[in-house]
Design a binder for this molecule. Structure first.
Ligand code: UDP
Length: 235
């Protein structure tokens, strides 16, 4: 395997499958199988999960809700997704721990870096819920932050599209995909990979990001083995 320790970022929307809202158990089960495959190869897996399938603070604020209140709801949404993913992983025979950035002690462990790293060394999947624990941030920022903290080799951003394109491939038929691109080029070309806060944090810490299609079973293993699928953003 090319990567020994990875941070997988899954958006909340990814968990919807073909639904318009909420969580699709079949999609979760597929993800769990993919994760099991790489765990069995000895890869250490940490996951940051989004909450956009349930609630986004910005969406609430656009309808007059207090932004911080909305962000708290969004962070709790990521904990709900984390619990669902934890359950699916355990059904697939994977040992897991859910750690949250906001304390919900009856439900999950609090985020403790050293504990997280110990779990990883023991082959447990560590799911990080609650984002960064702060309003006005995103789970992409949480993904980069946690990846740096746990010394992950790479961030794997699992999405619906199979990489970074010259334009939005869902809108522009002429768009072409990059296999590799530098952080500087992403910024120069104004391409959207993550929000700026998350992206520059990754760049400053020289942490590569691979964007790939997580909805094709088997892709996760390919990426971790070093096959050129998706797009790799590097220095
Ligand atoms: N959120 C937050 N702080 C964080 C991470 C998330 O306040 O550190 C809130 C924010 O309201 C966000 C929501 O949680 O809209 C869900 O996260 P995100 O939008 O990143 O989820 P995704 O797009 O990955 O599904």
């Amino acid at each position: 395997m090319q990567y020994k320790r990875i941070l997988l970022k899954l958006s909340g929307e990814a968990l919807m499958g073909n639904r318009q809202y909420g969580i699709d158990p079949d999609r979760l089960a597929e993800y769990a199988q993919d994760i099991k495959t790489i765990i069995d190869k000895g890869v250490e897996v940490a996951i940051v999960i989004g909450g956009g399938n349930i609630f986004r603070g910005v969406a609430g604020a656009s309808r007059g809700m207090d932004r911080v209140q909305g962000d708290h709801m969004g962070m709790l949404a990521t904990v709900i997704n984390g619990l669902a993913l934890q359950s699916a992983c355990e059904d697939a025979g994977i040992q897991t721990r859910l750690q949250t950035a906001i304390k919900i002690n009856e439900v999950a462990e609090p985020f403790i870096r050293r504990k997280a790293m110990r779990h990883l060394e023991k082959g447990r999947v560590v799911i990080f819920g609650g984002g960064t624990g702060n309003p006005y941030f995103t789970t992409d920022s949480a993904a980069v932050l946690r990846a740096i903290e746990i010394e992950a080799d790479v961030i794997l951003k699992g999405t619906r599209v199979d990489g970074i394109y010259t334009a939005d491939p869902e809108k522009d038929k002429e768009a072409t995909k990059f296999d590799y691109i530098t952080f500087d080029d992403v910024l120069k070309k104004g391409l959207k990979v993550m929000d700026t806060t998350a992206f520059t944090l990754s760049q400053e810490n020289k942490l590569p990001i691979i964007v790939f299609d997580m909805n094709t079973p088997g892709n996760l293993l390919k990426v971790v083995s070093g096959e050129t699928i998706g797009t790799k953003v590097n220095m």
